[in-house]
Design a protein around this ligand. Sequence first.
Ligand code: SAH
Length: 418
Amino acid sequence: MNDYDSQRIKNAIGIPQTNDPGKADIVIINTCAIREKADQKALSSLGKFKHLKKSNPNLIVGMTGCVAQLYGDKLLSKASHLDFVLGPRAIPKLAEIINDVEIERTRIVETSYDIEEPFEILPYHENEKVTSFLSIQQGCNKNCTYCIVPTVRGKEINRPLNDIMSEARYLVQKGVKEITLIGQTVNSWKNDGLKFADLLNIVGELESLERIRFTTSYPRDFTKKLINTMKTNPKVCSHIHLPVQSGSNEVLSKMKRTYTVEWYMEVVTRLKEEIADMAISSDIIVGFPGETRQDFEQTLKLVEEVEFDTCFSFKYSPRPGTPAASMTDFIDSETAGRRLSILHELQRKITCKKNEDRIDRIEQVLVEGKSKNDPSHLMGRTSQNRIVNFSSSDNLCGKLVNVKINNGFQNSLLGSIL
Ligand code: SAH
């Protein structure tokens, strides 16, 4: 979502980007507040631009995103070189704000959620990019007790179908072959009597679009209709990111996740039964207040049972104003850290084994471009979202090719094109 917002910011300003802050007329720090570490990183990066403003008093420095929304005008008193603070909902107002700062040399804070056209301003789209995000939802209506998203991104707004489709058509016209629909709880999208499953089918009608992905799904809103659409629509990829957060019902209840482990397992079982070669990834928080050794062991048990293809796990981080932050039974950082390492190691083994299991198989890969580590290789992804590198001198960008897998590593597969 932040990536998407950064590209919108780039378009909103409309001037070329430089990688050298010393040459910039405007510096914008787009920030994330999900965990304390990201929050601190944002605040410390702000300090880095202080000396630039000294040598160039005309420089405009702004902070956008969730940290901007969270601290608002406190940021202005903290950093005298900061010219504006703008929340994630207010990106459509960015150009106007920069203009006001430039002309009137005033300092501005815009953290209102009440923006008339919150989806206005499309992201900057690089030519020849094969894949693209497309935001269908802003904000969040869930009340997970650990999460700061509803505070900093506001109530859920579902983007109207026509608006989504005009961006999707633009992307396809530009040569995009794979669209990832994004939203905080993307599968809760509804608009004008349509549900998320209907949206997948409508987007799937775009002729030269090959693939559709979506993230992140909320387990409770995962319907039979959606599973059926994933099964029957060949453009919808066989991968789902379905954060479970914990394998203990007690912890899930304290997190207000509104489902039980049994309920989650039923969704996973159905997905695996109905859809051939289904990949499932997840997010887990360890060390949530009150998490006992037994709770954590239940999380390990769930991870062993589901065998996630990948899983992102995090140490619980208290966030200002969230209900969990005022709970009293905190887990000490050392215990949480130890649990996190155990979980990482378990998942690393599962991911490696799953990737090794792909050896000798033939995978259909959508080619995205040159491989990161070796320019003589191309890189693409399978429907299950596995990265595949293979040697080729042809320009196959945007093509679906068959690759025989020769080796499987933790983060990627290596193969030869057929
Ligand atoms: N609605 C989005 C939220 C993104 S946050 C989504 O569901 O993907 C991504 C992950 O960060 C969450 O799934 C959760 O596992 C983790 N997370 C959120 N708040 C956290 C906190 N306070 N401490 C640690 N991890 C957190």
